[in-house]
Write a protein that binds this ligand. Structure first.
Ligand code: SAM
Ligand code: SF4
Ligand code: F3S
Length: 439
């Protein structure tokens, strides 16, 4: 009988991409996937530690496995990913029923880590501090329903934003060789993939560590030439690095979708400086103008943090004002969460949680109003949509995404899944739209 694994993924797209790599490795070691924990021989988690809330969710889930392990002593429970890199020393003590621990840069070593278990009873990866694109299972593919894939082009981050734990747990930027990406994407397209999303904490830095100037534009130009590939998306773009030259070059490529995720984080120059973001409010607004000039109908999304240490009410107002000015289609909004070992942890002026939360409520109220208004303005418009699957909202409905990245649901037969159709919007919600297929 084949052994079964259950993999649960927390965190961002990097973990999703790593999860696919884990699946490939386990499946070639003879495991098959299950979603039933009672049936699993191996239960693995890929974890996240970007905010305290992410950690709490994970700890709750792992604690709930104690009884299962008591009933099934041969069950292997493993924790991997960012949180493990950060908290490795205390996890075996806190969760004595966990058998293996590995960091985000140890994924290729999982079979070895598991195979040593019978001798050692507990085993860990080496917690390597730098990522790589080596190994038989090339990094960063999520064969997200067979026609759409995530492709990791750069691992790690070298930016050192003062609030952020990611560079500490994932290591510095490491670009994947261009030729390998191209042949990898060609292989995906041969298997039926028509949409790719290029991934990295800062895709615009692609090539910087291997000495290629404007490496990202150069890479996307090459990908744009691949026949039968239809849409190219990418995230995340660091506003400091996104040059006018890159935007202009991308605007000549018909496969590049008009969707830009440009995390602003804050609207006050003092706070941006304290965050070490490397741009001013004025630089950011100029970038938005440039993107909108070259991509007139683009969707703009962002990330915002409120309640950074010593942020005043007036500085928070500057964030609200920037949001009113830009009118993002959508935003991921967070209140600041202190992370140990980051420079911001030792800054003075930490704000009480109730102040941070209250600011977040105001931020979300404002952004939701804007998102609703922009969504409503989509009514009557027609979008080309890649049909992704059955909608979870209503039985018999399908859901897909337009080039701008908005989800649209509509009535239609399942054999449309994977194809591109034209949909006219007749209802709007916050982000998702509803419509009818017109061709
Ligand atoms: N690399 C991306 C960038 O900088 O644009 C984002 C990566 S991070 C995984 C996703 C978002 O989490 C960040 O853009 C930021 O808004 C948020 N974040 C990171 N650290 C945080 C912290 N300590 N507290 C609250 N939010 C945080
Ligand atoms: Fe974190 Fe900043 Fe890197 Fe994004 S760019 S992962 S926020 S350090
Ligand atoms: Fe992503 Fe969380 Fe790691 S956001 S990079 S999984 S800390």
């Amino acid at each position: 009988m084949t052994k079964k694994y259950l993999l649960t993924i927390f965190g961002c797209q990097m973990n999703l991409a790593d999860g696919q790599r884990v699946k490939g490795i386990l499946e070639s070691s003879g495991y098959s996937e299950t979603d039933d924990q009672d049936e699993a021989d191996l239960i693995l988690f890929l974890t996240c530690c970007v905010r305290e809330h992410a950690e709490e969710r994970l700890f709750g889930r792992v604690a709930s496995l104690k009884n299962l392990k008591e009933r099934k002593p041969d069950l292997i429970i493993g924790l991997g990913g960012c949180l493990v890199q950060e908290h490795r020393t205390k996890l075996f003590t806190e969760f004595p029923f966990v058998d293996i621990l590995f960091g985000p840069n140890d994924i290729e070593d999982i079979p070895g880590i598991i195979s040593e278990l019978p001798h050692s009873k507990k085993n860990t990866g080496n917690f390597k501090t730098t990522g790589n694109f080596l190994g038989e299972h090339p990094d960063g593919v999520v064969l997200h329903r067979s026609f759409s894939a995530f492709v990791n082009i750069i691992r790690g981050c070298t930016n050192n934003c003062t609030y952020c734990i990611v560079p500490k747990v994932r290591g510095p930027e490491v670009s994947r060789p261009t030729e390998e990406i191209i042949s990898f994407v060609k292989g995906l397209v041969q298997k039926g993939v028509t949409e790719i999303t290029l991934l990295g904490q800062n895709v615009i830095a692609y090539g910087r560590d291997i000495g290629i100037r404007e490496g990202f534009a150069h890479l996307v130009e090459k990908l744009n030439d691949i026949e039968d590939l239809k849409w190219i998306r990418f995230l995340t773009s660091h506003p400091r690095d996104f040059s006018k030259e890159t935007i202009e070059r991308l605007s000549h490529l018909e496969k590049v979708c008009e969707a830009f995720h440009l995390p602003v984080q804050a609207g006050s120059n003092r706070v941006l400086k304290a965050m070490n973001r490397g741009y001013t409010r004025e630089n950011y607004l100029e970038l938005v103008d440039t993107v909108r000039r070259f991509f007139p109908d683009s969707t703009l999304t962002t990330d915002v943090i409120c309640g950074f240490p010593s942020e005043t009410e007036d500085e928070f107002d500057q964030t609200l004002e920037l949001i009113r000015q830009v009118r993002f289609d959508s935003a991921f909004m967070y209140f600041y969460s202190p992370r140990s070992g980051t420079p911001a942890e030792n800054m003075t002026g930490n704000l009480p949680e109730d102040v941070r939360k209250e600011r977040l409520t105001r931020l979300i109220d404002l952004q939701n109003r804007i998102s609703m208004e922009i969504s409503a303005s989509c009514k009557g418009k027609t979008f080309e949509v890649l049909v992704e699957g059955d909608s979870r909202q209503a039985k018999g409905q399908l859901i897909g995404k337009c080039r701008g990245g908005r989800s649209i649901d509509f009535d239609g037969p399942s054999d449309l899944i994977g194809s591109y159709v034209k949909v006219r919007v007749d209802r709007s919600r916050l982000w998702t739209l509803s419509g009818s297929v017109i061709s």
